[in-house]
Design a protein around this ligand. Structure first.
Ligand code: COA
Length: 327
């Protein structure tokens, strides 16, 4: 028995924020953003939208792609660090939207930008254990709500969106071959949203300090991102006995172009095997890999039997890698 991806879907909000838009809001410029990050534009959710709305739509599209209905699901998991509210979870709201009165379990998982790979590990293990047969896993984020449009070093990087996969048990060849996860909480302060939680609940002081926004030490994050992604990729390939040459496609978390270039060159992955959409999306955190996967499938870049490597890095710090043979 293996765990396979039966369907995929994505949802990106209509509104796009270009570098020219950002030039009007903060002291930045298109040239700086393009050369340092490779980002040209990113999506931003509408004022009346929240993470669960995007997750629901991506989930619907993944179900359609799979030729299934919500009634066919046993479990819903949403990976996100930007839920609609602290409780209920975004997945509970997605479950209400998709399943109406049916009582299947749903929960959120927060591993920041590595959330989709963490979700793959958790959901595939639950399916392998026999507890569930079929699950919806969504990576969904609305980071434009949590970045400070007075902090030019952070606000230019992030965008909103959602990507979803339907995972199920299968007897056919292919599926998830191996997953490695890791974390380093000792570096928690490098990417951190300090206010609004139990340590510093919402208050005038938190708002005045702008601590309800994401803070990041970009330089330090950059180096650790490259090192961690390279290492976890090598370890995962070692686990499953694949070499870089065996891979048909590497879907890496779209943090920024320079990080991706560095990872690609260290692993010696040919350009053509490592698709990018960071120029159009920015960093969409847990949504980035499932959105990219859905795009690549739409472009006919993935065929049955292809060997894929999905690799991510994020706040926490966290990292993860999945070796997947397309069924
Ligand atoms: N526009 C113009 N100038 C900017 C700017 C912006 N948007 N953001 C920062 N700068 C300035 C800084 O103020 C600094 O100016 P100074 O030298 O006068 O002090 C200068 O650019 C260099 O800043 P620095 O932070 O050293 O730039 P950098 O080369 O490290 O690039 C990042 C910044 C954020 C692009 C880079 O560190 C990075 O990509 N880090 C990883 C972030 C990431 O992907 N995090 C998520 C991981 S999941």
């Amino acid at each position: 028995m293996s765990v396979v991806v039966r369907g995929t879907g994505r949802y990106l909000p209509e509104r796009q924020i270009t570098n020219a838009d950002l030039e009007k809001w903060v002291d930045t410029n298109d040239e700086w953003i393009r050369t340092r990050t490779g980002i040209h534009t990113r999506h931003m959710l509408a004022p009346d939208q929240a993470t669960s709305d995007m997750a629901t739509e991506a989930g619907r599209r993944a179900l359609d792609d799979a030729g299934l209905r919500a009634e066919d699901l046993d479990l819903i998991v949403v990976s996100t660090l930007t839920p609609d509210m602290l409780t209920p979870s975004a997945s509970n709201l997605v479950q209400a939207n998709l399943c109406k009165g049916r009582g299947i379990p749903s929960f959120d998982l927060n591993a920041a930008c590595s959330g989709f790979i963490y979700g793959l590990q958790v959901v595939s293990s639950l399916i392998e254990s026999g507890s569930y047969r079929r699950a919806l896993l969504v990576g969904a984020e609305s980071l434009t709500r949590f970045v400070d449009y007075e902090d030019r070093s952070v606000c230019v990087l992030f965008g909103d969106g959602a990507g979803a996969v339907v995972l199920e048990s299968s007897d056919s060849p292919g599926g998830i071959r191996g997953i490695r996860l890791g974390s380093a909480g000792v570096h928690a302060e490098l990417i951190c949203l300090p206010g609004g939680g139990s340590r510093r609940p919402p208050s005038i002081e938190v708002l005045e300090a702008r601590d309800h926004y994401l803070k990041m030490q970009g330089n330090k994050v950059f180096k650790l991102a490259v090192q961690s992604m390279e290492q976890v990729a090598r370890d995962t390939l070692g686990d499953v006995g694949w070499s870089i040459d065996d891979l048909d496609l590497v879907l890496a978390h779209q943090a920024n172009r320079r990080i991706l270039d560095a990872v690609r060159s260290r692993l010696e992955v040919p350009d053509a095997k490592m698709p990018l959409n960071v120029d159009r999306m920015g960093n969409t955190s847990a949504a980035s890999i499932p959105v990219l996967l859905d795009e690549c499938l739409g472009e006919g870049r993935i065929r049955s039997g292809d060997k894929l490597m999905l690799v991510a890095f994020g706040a926490g710090l966290t990292w993860g890698c999945c070796a997947l043979e397309w069924a």
